[in-house]
Structures are given as structure tokens and as C-alpha cells.
Design a protein around this ligand. Structure first.
Ligand SMILES: Nc1ncnc2c1ncn2[C@@H]1O[C@H](COP(=O)(O)OP(=O)(O)O)[C@@H](O)[C@H]1O
Ligand SMILES: [Mg+2]
Length: 448
């Protein structure tokens, strides 16, 4: 049960607020002066401190600052009077996680509290969730909690124990090989070999010889008999990556291997029995390749008995917080760093990026960032500028007060506009400025 401390003496707001929070299942503690609030914070068991700026004894700002030092996992939410932007800036600088400006309804405050606590909770749950995903599916290495990924794992669980050929489709870096390995690891072939072959990386003859083998003297350079991977697998799994790249005449040979369960090494007239399960992956639309005559339809149907499609990362941003945590932990030992994770703002930004290179690209960005940064939490400042791709990132405030105020004002306006779905009239009302001055500011700040 989350514990919230309310520090204020404004009963008109805080009494209804207390009632609402209780209803939401929060434990609420209400103190009316700063010193009592500080004592409560020192216990370290609070999830969130909600404070008014003007407290007796210790100011709201000082309270939140202290809270950050005494109990770093406690969230701070400041309530300030409208027009006290400077105070709000100060608060954010000194460890408040968010602020709200009066007048404000108890409902709005509760919503913000829930939002903050849940976000924090989500971060803390990473560890737990990861364990749970692992337990449900026992796929330790595969991180994520999106419906899309859970569906994929559900499929993996179903097809793994069968002998079925599986076609794994998805963009580059979405985890196709990871999934192929998981299928192998959950099949009764798991103690045999898993042999990945990148069909796009080799010239035709080499690929043919690699897969099917050759006999001595069958082509220039064939100095000895060579056993192909299909044979060498011996009860294991072969993973044909980038299957869309496989040349036409090998497509025929592959089809034969799949159907007859035997192969003919290059230069041999003596077919060999094979016992291998075939998994294939493609980042192309194979069906389209078939329609365009580049890929044989009979082979396509033979491979595509089961298709597992892994959606691009941008379609499952919920996986990003977990992935970031996972990647940070993965890179910590090899980079000799001790990061705990990434700040909320970083996660937020990462969740909004297009990730053309999917998880692999995310992995690279995290690693790159960790190499250059130090500390416990990755901040916006640490991220390589290139990843923003022209996207505006709200700056951390500069030291110049006037400039900081401008930045803050812009950020605040963007946020309020976001709250009301860009309804400018409504935003102007909330901001308590005229519609025309809102337009002027939008223009001035270049807010789109
Ligand atoms: N869901 C995931 N959880 C953890 N790591 C992932 C996940 N998806 C992809 N990765 C990692 O991203 C990288 C790219 O994955 P990979 O399977 O090689 O992608 P693909 O074969 O689709 O190009 C690998 O380091 C892989 O471990
Ligand atoms: Mg791959």
C-alpha cells in the first residue's frame, strides 16, 4: 500500500484529497508543519511527499530537498501558487519530481500522485516483472511485458516442443535470432546443436557447400570431403537467417531437403538422411517476394507452417523501460560501471523514438551512453545527441535565470497543451492567460 505524506495546513484542498487517496487504497499521513514533515520523511518509508510551498518550520522546498537526500526513493510533489514559476523551478532543481499550480482540484492532485507513484512503481517492478516473465515462460533472456511480446512467447511455448518449421519475421534487431534460440532451447533437441547460418552473407557456392556439404574435387578448392550443416546438426536445429536472400537454385535444394529429409552434397550422387529441425527468419515480406517471383511459393509454404511475427519496438514501447534496465545491467560488468538505470525523463524520451534498428539499436545507444557517462542514473544530458534525430528535447535549465524561466515557461506550456489535447482555448484558461497571448507564446517559442 503506497504511503503518502501531505504537508500543509490548507484543509479545503487537503481534506478532500486525503479522502480520495484513502479511497484509492493509499495510506495517508497529514502533518501541518515542516518539522513534523521532516521527521516523517526521515523514517524513509514514504512513497511520496506532497507539500505546499509555505510550511512553517521548514519550507516546502527545503522539505523536498531533504527528502531527496534522506530517502531517495521517496517522490516529491510540490504545490505552488499560480505565478510562482521560480519556486517551481527551484523545486525541480532540488529534487521535486513534479509540481502543480494552484488553484487545483483535489481530483487533479490525486491523478498526478497516482501517475507518479505508478511510474516509480513500474521502475521498481522491473526486477520483479523480469522474474515473473521468466517464471511464466522460463525465457530468461527475453525481456518485455507488452501484449505483443507475450503473444510471441506464447507461440514459442506452443511450437517449441513440436518438429514444425517456423518462419520468424520482423525487422532487423527485433530479436528473431533470440526467439529462434528460445525455440531450440525449449525443444527436445536442446542438448543438440543450434546452428545459425546467415543466408545473405555468403556467395552462392559457399552457402551451398556450407549447408549441404561437398565431396572432394567437386569444384575448384574442394580439397576434401566436407560435411554440410544439415548433416552435422544431427538431431539439432538449423537456423536459416535472412532466408529471403537465398538464391533460386538453392531454394529448390532446400525444399527437397525439407520434404524428403535428405540432402545431396555437391558432387555426390549419394543422398544422406538428415535429422534436423529448420527455423528460418526474414526481415523482408516473404509473401511479397513470392508475389514478385523472387521466392518460390512451394518453399514459402513449406517454411511458413508456423509464422511468428515480432513487431517493431516502436509498436511496443511498454517494453522499453524493462529493456533499458536489462541492458544497463548487462553492460555494467563489462564496462565496469555501476548504473542503476535511467531517469524517468530518459525512459520517457526513449519510449517516443522510432527505433528503426529496434532492440539492437536501443542496445547500442545504451552501451554508447554508458561508456561516456558516469554516475548511478542515466540522464537526458548523457544521451548521444544523434538519437534525438531533430526531435526537440526539453533542456535542463541553464544557470541564467531569465533563460531558465523562458525554458521553463515553454516546457510548462507544452505540458499544459498536452494535458488538454492541444486545445488552445482550454490551455489558455488553465494557464490563466488570454488566448491571444498564448498564441503569441506558441509563436515565440516555436511550439508546434
Ligand atoms: N526482447 C528482448 N529481450 C532482450 N534482448 C533482446 C530482445 N530482443 C532483442 N534483444 C537483443 O537485441 C539484439 C538483436 O537481437 P537479434 O535476435 O539478433 O535480432 P534479429 O535477429 O531480429 O536482427 C540481441 O543482442 C538480442 O539479445
Ligand atoms: Mg539477426
Amino acid at each position: 500500500m503506497p504511503r503518502v505524506l501531505i504537508a500543509d495546513n490548507d484543509e479545503s484542498l487537503f481534506e478532500p484529497l486525503r479522502q480520495l487517496l484513502l479511497k484509492e487504497g493509499y495510506e495517508v499521513e497529514w502533518v501541518k508543519d515542516g518539522l513534523a514533515a521532516l521527521r516523517a520523511v526521515k523514517r524513509g518509508d514514504l512513497d511520496l511527499v506532497l507539500s505546499e510551498v509555505d510550511l512553517s518550520g521548514v519550507s516546502g522546498l527545503e522539505l523536498l530537498k531533504q527528502a531527496q537526500e534522506l530517502s531517495p526513493r521517496t517522490l516529491g510533489l510540490l504545490i505552488a501558487a499560480r505565478g510562482s514559476l521560480e519556486t517551481a523551478i527551484e523545486a525541480i532543481r532540488h529534487g521535486a519530481h513534479d509540481y502543480l499550480l494552484k488553484p487545483i482540484s483535489a481530483n487533479e492532485v490525486v491523478n498526478r500522485v497516482i501517475q507518479l507513484v505508478e511510474r516509480r512503481h513500474q521502475a521498481e517492478e522491473v526486477q520483479f516483472l523480469r522474474r515473473r516473465v521468466n517464471r511464466d515462460y522460463d525465457f530468461g533472456e527475453i525481456i518485455g511485458k507488452s501484449k505483443a511480446l507475450r503473444d510471441v512467447l506464447e507461440m514459442v511455448k506452443k511450437v517449441a516442443p513440436t518438429q514444425t518449421t517456423v518462419l520468424i519475421s520482423g525487422g532487423s534487431g527485433t530479436g528473431k535470432e533470440l526467439i529462434a534460440r528460445a525455440i531450440h532451447a525449449h525443444s527436445d533437441r536442446k542438448d543438440k546443436l543450434f546452428l545459425p547460418v546467415n543466408c545473405g552473407a555468403l556467395p552462392e557456392t559457399l552457402l551451398e557447400s556450407l549447408l549441404f556439404g561437398h565431396v572432394k574435387g567437386s569444384f575448384t578448392g574442394a580439397f576434401a570431403n566436407q560435411e554440410g550443416l544439415f548433416e552435422r546438426a544431427r538431431g539439432g536445429t538449423i537456423f536459416l537467417d535472412e532466408i529471403g536472400e537465398i538464391p533460386q537454385h538453392l531454394q529448390v535444394k532446400l525444399l527437397r531437403a525439407l520434404e524428403a529429409k535428405e540432402i545431396l552434397p555437391i558432387g555426390s550422387t549419394n543422398p544422406r538422411r538428415i535429422d534436423v529441425r529448420v527455423l528460418a527468419a526474414t526481415n523482408r515480406n516473404l509473401k511479397k517476394e513470392v508475389e514478385d517471383g523472387r521466392f518460390r511459393d512451394d518453399l514459402y509454404f513449406r517454411l511458413n507452417v508456423m509464422e511468428i511475427h515480432i513487431p517493431p519496438l516502436r509498436e511496443r514501447p511498454e517494453d522499453i523501460p524493462l529493456l533499458v534496465d536489462h541492458l544497463v545491467q548487462k553492460h555494467n560488468p563489462e564496462l565496469k560501471k555501476n548504473f542503476k538505470g535511467a531517469e524517468g525523463a530518459v525512459i520517457h524520451l526513449l519510449m517516443s523514438l522510432p527505433w528503426k534498428g529496434n532492440v539492437r539499436e536501443l542496445d547500442n545507444v545504451i552501451e554508447h551512453t554508458m561508456i561516456l557517462a558516469d554516475g548511478e542514473w542515466i540522464t537526458l544530458k548523457n544521451l548521444p545527441p544523434s538519437i534525438m534525430g531533430g526531435k526537440e528535447v526539453l533542456p535542463l535549465y541553464t544557470d541564467n535565470l531569465k533563460e531558465a524561466l523562458r525554458q521553463f515557461e515553454k516546457q510548462h506550456i507544452i505540458r499544459v497543451l498536452g494535458q488538454v489535447d492541444q486545445d488552445r482555448r482550454e490551455a489558455a484558461r488553465l494557464l490563466d492567460i488570454s488566448l491571444s497571448s498564448l498564441y503569441r507564446k506558441i509563436e515565440e517559442f516555436g511550439i508546434s
